[in-house]
Design a protein around this ligand. Structure first.
Ligand code: SF4
Length: 235
């Protein structure tokens, strides 16, 4: 069926004309290729800015990073990772002490509880090792698809999905790659048009570009390497 209709998407501070046709996926695949090419030139090392040494430390840093900048998380984890050397340290510490150790990040009460809960579950159910599948990671408290994708990609080199945070959400919409707000649907749209080998890279590249150029309030269109191909350059 050759569906073809136009629709207005009024999100992220502007109106973007989007198209839904059988050719839309093809168009988006081509645009995505250009986006990857352009962003890779700007950000040649697309990887997380979070600092970690072990799989569990990546989990801790990722849990702490929700609604918090990576720079702030790194400030907190530097002394934290010196103090807590193993998963057992997190599992056995007094929860109030752990809360105090991370209390300069947003929502530290819940984050500390989830970190300790994850440590205990990993010891009890996964022989003390951070599990390496989406299904198992989603069993850990406080771990949803975004965190699981970051851990799979960053710790295990597995591209199972695309981590969708607030930057990825905003840029995917502005760049016309999706018209959804729900992260799970955005992830599906992006997975459909992105080569699997690039899933981890795409997330990092959109995050870097969202922080530096395509910011939420005042996107710097004139400084943007994607200007020519972006359907939101007039917002
Ligand atoms: S042209 Fe503007 S809206 Fe489009 S990606 Fe660049 S900064 Fe964002």
């Amino acid at each position: 069926m050759n569906r073809c209709y136009n629709e207005e998407n009024r999100t992220h501070g502007g109106t973007v004309r989007v198209f839904s046709t059988e050719g839309e996926t093809m168009d988006n695949k081509m645009r995505l290729r250009k986006i990857l090419r352009g962003l890779k030139k700007e950000y040649p090392e697309p990887k997380t800015a979070l600092k970690f040494r072990t799989h569990f430390e990546l989990l801790v840093a990722t849990v702490l990073s929700a609604q918090t900048t990576d720079a702030q998380v790194n400030k907190v984890t530097e002394p934290l990772f010196r103090k807590y050397r193993s998963i057992t340290d997190y599992a056995e510490t007094d929860l109030d002490v752990l809360k105090k150790d991370v209390n300069s990040v947003n929502f530290y009460n819940n984050k500390a509880k989830n970190i300790q809960g994850s440590a205990r579950m990993i010891i009890d159910s996964f022989k003390g090792k951070v599990p390496g599948t989406m299904e198992e990671l989603l069993m850990l408290p406080g771990v949803a698809r975004k965190t699981a994708n970051i851990i799979l990609s960053g710790a295990f080199g597995i591209n199972e999905g695309i981590a969708v945070d607030t930057h990825v959400n905003r840029l995917a919409n502005r760049l016309g790659l999706t018209r959804h707000e729900d992260p799970v649907k955005i992830e599906q749209d992006l997975m459909e048009i992105t080569p699997k080998a690039e899933w981890g890279n795409l997330s990092h590249l959109l995050i870097f570009h969202g922080r530096k150029v395509c910011q939420a309030r005042k996107p710097k269109h004139s400084d943007c390497v994607l200007y020519e191909i972006c359907p939101s350059k007039d917002i």
